[in-house]
Design a protein. Structure first.
Length: 209
């Protein structure tokens, strides 16, 4: 006798079909979620790698800029140290040319000594000082101004034969010279300290050349 499915049988089959379909739907959803998570993780990893690369590029650029600035500062301070030392030598020469005490109001020797104190290197150092001078900038400009004022202490006069000539003021000569000397010494000392700091900074940045 052939078996005929009963109503109960079809209920059981329908029940399992529902469970199987639900299970397949859950499995499909889980597979979709897993695939989405994997894709998201790959994208996150790629973004993180790009961020690391960008950070390394930024760090490299900053390091190069810092090295460049440190080298420029070092070069400027070396030139400033040499210029200040030259000024101190010129001051000693000026004192020899115009000894104390001043016995006359004006002197051609004083004029030449005043003009000799002007340092051509200061002209080039002015623009560089604004960019990389740092703490020494105010001192340098004070020294530069004092030298300009010192050089301006002269007037034209007439010789006994009526020939014009230039003569320098004597009354303020040595007082101004003393003030310039103190400033030049401070500039030289600050430049020497800055040179040492620049060397240390370059070593820290891995530039020992």
């Amino acid at each position: 006798m052939a078996y005929e499915p009963t109503a109960c049988f079809w209920q059981v089959v329908g029940y399992w079909q529902t469970l199987i379909a639900g299970g397949l739907a859950v499995a499909a959803a889980a597979a979709t979620i897993i695939a989405t998570v994997k894709t998201a993780n790959r994208e996150i990893a790629a973004a993180q790698e790009q961020t690391k690369t960008a950070q390394k590029q930024i760090e490299t650029t900053l390091s190069l800029e810092q090295k460049h600035l440190a080298r420029d500062s070092w070069a400027f301070l070396v030139a400033l140290d040499a210029a200040a030392s030259r000024t101190l030598e010129d001051i000693r020469a000026a004192r020899e040319k115009v000894p104390r005490p001043a016995t006359i109001a004006f002197s051609p020797d004083a004029y030449h000594a005043r003009q000799q104190l002007k340092n051509p290197a200061f002209l080039e150092l002015r623009s560089a000082c604004i960019r990389v001078g740092g703490d020494v900038t105010p001192l340098f400009f004070s020294l530069d101004k004092e030298i300009e004022l010192f050089a301006a202490g002269w007037r034209e006069a007439l010789s006994a034969s009526g020939m014009p000539y230039k003569t320098g003021e004597m009354s303020t000569f040595h007082a101004q010279l003393d003030s310039i000397e103190k400033l030049a010494e401070r500039v030289r000392d600050e430049a020497a300290s800055g040179i040492a700091r620049c060397r240390e900074r370059l070593i820290d940045l891995g530039d020992e050349s």
